[in-house]
Design a protein around this ligand. Structure first.
Ligand SMILES: C[S@@+](CC[C@H](N)C(=O)[O-])C[C@H]1O[C@@H](n2cnc3c(N)ncnc32)[C@H](O)[C@@H]1O
Length: 221
């Protein structure tokens, strides 16, 4: 099927159905040390900024970024995850949750000078990454700080890859608690691919590689 969008069409449905069980992904014992580090590192980078969060999900990262940020505008396409996010213990006035499409970014508020996207990059087709980076940077102020967090593939901890398509995108079969299965696009880009993707818009970019995660931090021109 020739899908004009840069991610897979059933992704919203999959995450909506997974909403209540989503945060189990943050309970994997082997990942706790790195998560603890990331929970301190990410808010520090975005301290004092007006942050746009893309595909915020249940607000797991929003709750840690909000206290450090000036304000965080967190968007997701799924009402089911936003409902959970709105219940996070975040001080009044620090976060705004909105329904927003990460592909078009239509309607996201202007004036942000920081951005965060957790585990969204890996769901974007390789052919859609340039457009995502360009779209995001167009919505932000010059000099904005952008933080992208995603997974490294770790054989002993990650869901196995089920196939690779002609463009090189990789997929996983994901099973929900009710037994329903979804094929989900999940890419594991190399450091070189990441650097190439942000070069057109970034003044400075660097990667922080852990065992289970990678962080890419860049400043917009
Ligand atoms: C892997 S989860 C990441 C959630 C959150 N950022 C985190 O790190 O915990 C991916 C999120 O993308 C959202 N999503 C799927 N398609 C989307 C789209 N077109 N626009 C915005 N969000 C989308 C899903 O609802 C889901 O919450």
């Amino acid at each position: 099927m020739n899908d004009p969008r840069s991610t897979t069409p059933h992704l919203e449905k999959y995450y909506s159905k997974r909403a209540a069980e989503y945060e189990q992904v943050y309970e994997k014992p082997e990942r706790q040390r790195e998560l603890e580090w990331l929970r301190r590192r990410i808010p520090e980078i975005l301290r004092g900024r007006r942050v746009l969060e893309v595909a915020c999900g249940t607000g797991y990262w929003t709750q840690y970024i909000a206290p450090a940020a000036h304000h965080i505008y967190a968007g997701d396409i799924s009402e089911a995850v936003l409902e959970i996010a709105r219940d996070k213990p975040i001080a009044k006035g620090k976060a705004t949750f909105v329904k927003a499409d990460a592909v078009t970014l239509d309607g996201v508020p202007p004036g942000c000078n920081g951005a965060f996207a957790g585990f969204w990059w890996s769901h974007v087709k390789k052919s859609g990454i340039t457009q995502f980076v360009a779209n995001l940077s167009r919505r932000l102020e010059p000099g904005s700080m952008v933080v992208i967090l995603d997974n490294q593939f770790a054989q002993w901890s990650s869901t196995p890859l089920s196939r690779r398509d002609a463009e090189g995108n990789t997929y996983q079969m994901r099973k929900l608690a009710n037994g329903e299965e979804f094929e989900v696009l999940k890419n594991f880009p190399t450091a070189a691919e990441l650097a190439d993707a942000v070069r057109p818009v970034a003044r400075e970019a660097h990667m922080e590689s852990l065992t289970y995660y990678w962080l890419m931090v860049f400043t917009l021109k």
